[in-house]
Ligand binder design. Sequence first.
Ligand code: ARG
Length: 466
Amino acid sequence: MAKLPQVTWGGRFAAGPAELMLKFSESVSWDRRLAPFDIAGSKAHSAMLAHVGLITVAERKAIHAGLDAILAEIEGGAFVWDPALEDVHMNIEQALTRRVPAAAKLHTARSRNDQVATDMRLFFKAACGELEGRLAAAQQALLAAAEAGRDVLIPGYTHLQRAQPVYFAHHLFAWLEMLERDRARFRQVAERANECPLGAGAIAGTTLPIDREFTARQLGFVDARGRPRVTQNSMDAVADRDVFIEFAAACALLGVHLSRMAEDLILWSSAEFKFVELPDAFCTGSSLMPQKKNPDSCELLRGKSARLQGNLHTLLTLVKGLPMTYNRDLQEDKPPVFDSLDQAVLCVDVLAGTVGGLTVNRARCAAAVADPALLATDLADYLVAHGAPFREAHHAVGKVVAMAEQRGVPLPALPTAEVRAVHAAFGEDWATVFDLRRALAARRGTGMPGPKQLARQFARWRRLLS
Ligand code: ARG
């Protein structure tokens, strides 16, 4: 069933799109969330048109008033979106046309191609700002959990085997570093987005005397010194989707970080470890096994990371092999990006909530970290400090460890004489190595888990997150 030709582009058409085609091609069901950015873009564009004399000041005022009213309607939920008008841009333009005759001049020297590129760059700047703020809140929650378990020691793991003792807080600080890099990445993506494509038109700019720098300034596409930043090639401006991919990549990597944290929490909360108790509010029960308390928030964090990676993959595949410049395929660039933002925001908030309700099981941590084998490397360091080459020291300690294992006793319980028989550099005081606090205190260098460094890191994070 053919409909009336489209008002915005139907000039050359005898009939409008089929019902099925409308359903297939509409994007307003999801791109309507760009409305605030689309309206900001249209206000800046019409301000520029008035500035260069392509419309009158009265026309600009009428357009601005109309757009403000439409935005208020959209925000109030009263605006009626029409899928037959395809997308957010045409819905808003048509609504404006019904109110303001001057609306017919709004699209002067503009195409939906540079319009949507602009909307999305504004969207990315806002999205990155939002994620940065949420990430900082999650970091605060981690810092608070580190404070609460400040004096707790746990085994650190490599290959998921007990390796060396660390402060619980040192482990959480590793997570803080990961999130700090994510935060920096979103700042960088926002900086990438900070170029105004308006004026590129459909592909080759316009013959009309527009002022691109004026528009860019209006929309905040400026550098640190307030100078306007505009795209430098009209074809690239409408074809480029790099920032979409960079944003999705930053979300995917954030997802991977959250997934690794979630995995640690899942392990730590299992009966086998029991280092922490997760908050009831972020766990669920089993419909069959009454005793179960499942770490669902963490498992979902792990699962969502797959989805965030999928969105990145969708975008890479979407853009690959597209001929220059704009192709309608690119309409599919928005759902993955919106989903990445929404899911990343949720994930970061859920991590903050889960960590915020975490309690540390001090007794279980103390029991696990009391394993003297965690200090076998310190014992090798002892031999090195007493003149032995490290490879020789490592070998000797290996023998001592095997000896303890054979006898089924903890390392420090071995008779000194027998230990000294393994290597002459072992002194009477060899077993003092197994004093945990002393072992930690010896780890003094930057980035190490000693108490002095820990205090420095607490101060650093408090400063960074204040
Ligand atoms: N809804 C379209 C999109 O998101 C807007 C641009 C349409 N441009 C065009 N030449 N049909 O890609």
